[in-house]
Design a protein around this ligand. Structure first.
Ligand code: BTN
Length: 254
């Protein structure tokens, strides 16, 4: 029996015990005509992809590694807002299921006490000014213990089980993530992004902070002031406001 509380998200589900990357599989599935809201999920990924061509650690049964295929009817420029939306959905779901209060680092890392708990990788396919599909890949560190982590990320990554000192139900959490993602997606489809961006602002740990903006070899320092209607970060650099788009940019606290 399908116990999901959603109609769109998870309307079709592709399940793997192991795969390279659910984003890659979702791309294939999308090209074969997967419907709006289809998801691809795997118990582990051997080639989990992160932003900026980084890798993402996805051990078997210890987290939620999945990708949602969305086919919204809005313009490609609006797609970055979908990734902010996904971060809000995950933050809500984590609070519902565990009570843990998380923060969002622009654009969409979910952190707890400065350590990363969730990564989100959005990939867009658009042609002729129309979105063909958006893949939102979400990785949540649920039951990863400290000793499970490779040494190089041990001090920068955490998990829900480390925070709560309990095992957390991946099924319950996935169900909540899909539920909130669907609620927000319905609003987005009505072009009603303003409340979503406002909620993102409330979760944000980036705004009003001095930050370092890293774009390839270029490093600039500034203050994160706000996000604009497109979801770009507005950074004040020497008295001038600069728009920073998620693309190839990463930010760090100064
Ligand atoms: C990041 O933090 O840079 C983004 C990480 C995104 C990881 C998720 S796990 C499910 C999906 N499949 C992937 O290969 N990546 C995303």
């Amino acid at each position: 029996k399908n116990t999901l509380s959603t109609k769109i998200l998870g309307s079709e589900i592709k399940y793997f015990t192991t795969t390279d990357s659910t984003n890659n599989q979702a791309k294939k599935f999308a090209m074969q005509g997967a419907p709006d809201g289809a998801i691809v999920i795997s118990e582990e990924q051997c080639g989990g992809k992160g932003r900026l061509s980084r890798s993402f650690f996805c051990p078997k049964y210890k987290g939620i590694w999945f990708s949602a295929i969305l086919r919204p009817d809005f313009l490609p420029q609006e797609a970055p807002k979908c990734t902010l939306m996904a971060a809000v959905a995950v933050a809500r779901a984590i609070e519902d299921v565990t009570g843990v209060k998380v923060g969002i680092k622009w654009p969409n890392d979910v952190l707890y006490e400065g350590k990363k708990l969730v990564g989100i990788l959005t990939e867009i396919s658009a042609e002729m000014e129309r979105i063909n599909y958006i893949i939102i890949g979400i990785g949540i560190d649920v039951n990863i213990e400290k000793e499970d982590l490779p040494e190089d990320i041990r001090d920068i990554v955490t998990s829900l089980s480390q925070i709560t000192k309990k095992q957390v139900s991946r099924l319950k959490l996935l169900n909540k993530v899909l539920y909130h993602l669907e609620q927000l997606y319905i609003m987005a489809q009505r072009h009603d992004f303003a409340p979503i961006l406002d909620e993102w602002r409330r979760y944000s740990i980036t705004l009003n902070q001095d930050i370092k903006v890293i774009s390839g070899k270029d490093i600039t320092y500034g203050r994160a002031m706000d996000i604009d209607d497109d979801g770009a970060l507005l950074v004040e650099i020497n008295g001038q406001i600069k728009r920073v788009l998620a693309g190839d940019v990463s930010i760090r606290p100064r």
